[in-house]
Design a protein around this ligand. Structure first.
Ligand SMILES: *Cc1c(COP(=O)(O)O)cnc(C)c1O
Length: 454
């Protein structure tokens, strides 16, 4: 692998590159980890370490690294027509074909795609167009979005406001007006003596209480991730989403599923809403849509919402230069072709995900693990001081960082949020690689416990 020496790259990086979601001063001292190559479920760093990437980049490399077909698709499109926009009554073939493909793949009558460059922009799009949807029906006051504390919907003004991360709200004067939040469904910390299914209903009914508090004529939409990813893979009880759907229907509040992580097979179903058995009116897509090979997001709208926007919406005063960029949509089509033709989602559901679930449950037996949760190919190990109790470490986050570093030293990439070790491997991970993941994670847990004297 040909590259400048690591130290030179780190020095240039520290001098000139502001990193997202990093303490940049601390990072400059420590030196950035530089990744240089990827193949299948593995990446290599500049020092030549081979790492099993059990986090799929950032929840996104669903088909695995190094698929030449995606590069070929990009190259073909760049050579033929590198760019054209979808403004001014124009568009391009791959963008049309991707819109049609997404209409076919997504459930129900989610038949209309609006393209963006990212999940954040797709959520911005949804905020604006849903408010517009109600406004053109003479309900401009029906403009409030309800999200959840600790939810994650990206980092633009609307995305970060819809999300419920206190640390993000503190920077830049968020949330913007008319966005409210309810508590998330997290049985481990919040379920008390309720069994998970009872608790799921209790957690969902917080939405009803909030709608009644604000007034149903004020609430435009509820937005949630089917599984809350960034905060620590909170997998709601199966009772939660159907009850949320019932409440949304009752008060005519649109239901927005942010499927940026769950979409394209992460749960073993094509979409998280199918895993949990509910039908959104609007869906946010990004990440797995291109397996992260190129940036692309999309907002999917159902016939009702798109119909009103088309018939009564007038000119939609919204869009990005790169909405429906043909190179990105061509790559997405190729990614989806591979997912479908190689039956990657079906193989996960029938074989690798159940196997991974078994081995994940074994990790759950470790003395440091209070809960091992998993749904398809996404999960978390909640590290705790006392295995018998559902309670966190006092100094939240320290143990998670330690365990993350131990995993890395053993050639395994896991993410830590507080003291939860997060799992989201490429969907093409094999049983043998699941075994490797288990061995390395177990070793990291042992070394973490040893260092803590537990
Ligand atoms: C990553 C993510 C986003 C934001 O997508 P970007 O492409 O980073 O803007 C939105 N929602 C969820 C659930 C995500 O995980």
């Amino acid at each position: 692998m040909d590259h400048l020496d690591t130290r030179t790259l780190q020095q240039l990086d520290a001098a000139h590159h502001l990193h997202p979601f990093n303490d940049n001063a601390a990072l400059a001292k420590k030196g950035t980890r530089i990744l240089t190559k990827g193949e299948g479920a593995y990446v290599w760093d500049a020092e030549g370490h081979k790492l099993l990437d059990a986090f799929a980049g950032l929840w996104c490399v669903n088909i695995g690294y190094g698929r030449k077909e995606l590069g070929d698709a990009a190259s073909r499109q760049m050579t033929q027509l590198a760019y054209y926009n979808s403004f001014f009554q124009c568009t391009t073939e791959p963008t049309i074909l991707l819109a049609a493909k997404l209409a076919e793949l997504t459930p129900g009558d989610l038949n209309h795609a609006f393209f963006t460059n990212s999940g954040s922009e797709a959520n911005d799009t949804i905020l604006r167009l849903v408010r517009h949807f109600w406004a053109v029906q003479d309900k401009p006051q029906k403009n409030i979005f309800i999200g959840r504390h600790n939810g994650y919907h990206g980092t633009t003004m609307a995305g970060a406001s819809l999300g419920g991360m206190a640390g993000m709200h503190k920077q830049g004067g968020l949330p913007i007006p008319d966005i409210h939040h309810i508590d998330p469904p997290f049985w481990f910390a919040d379920g008390g003596d309720l069994d998970p299914d009872e608790y799921g209903l209790v957690a969902a009914r917080r939405l009803e209480a909030k709608i009644l508090e604000l007034g149903p004529d004020r609430v435009a939409a509820f937005i949630g991730e089917p599984i809350m990813g960034a905060i620590g893979v909170y997998i709601p009880p199966m009772t939660y989403w159907p009850e949320i759907e019932r409440i949304c229907r009752k008060y005519d509040v649109l239901l927005v599923a942010d499927e940026v992580i769950c979409g394209f097979g992460r749960t073993g179903e094509w979409f998280g809403s199918e895993y949990f058995g509910f039908m959104p009116d609007v869906m946010t897509l990004a990440k797995g849509i291109t397996s992260g090979y190129i940036p692309l997001g999309a907002a999917m709208f159902n016939d009702r919402v798109a119909g009103v926007l088309a018939d009564q919406g007038g000119e939609l005063a919204h869009g990005c230069t790169y909405s429906g960029h043909p190179v990105c949509t061509a790559v997405a089509l190729e990614n989806i072709r591979i997912l479908q033709e190689e039956k990657i989602v079906e193989t996960c559901k029938a074989d690798t995900a159940p196997y991974l679930a078994r081995r994940w449950a074994e990790l759950g037996e470790h003395r440091l693990v209070g809960e091992a949760r998993i749904a398809g190919m996404v999960g978390a190990l909640e590290l705790v001081p006392d295995k018998g109790r559902r309670a966190f470490f006092d100094d939240r986050g320290t143990v998670g960082q330690l365990c993350r570093d131990k995993a890395l030293a053993n050639g395994l990439i896991l993410r830590a949020t507080y003291d939860a070790m997060l799992l989201s491997p490429p969907l093409i991970i094999s049983r043998g690689q699941v075994d490797e993941l288990f061995e390395k994670a177990w070793k990291a847990l042992n070394e973490t416990a040893a260092e803590l004297g537990l």
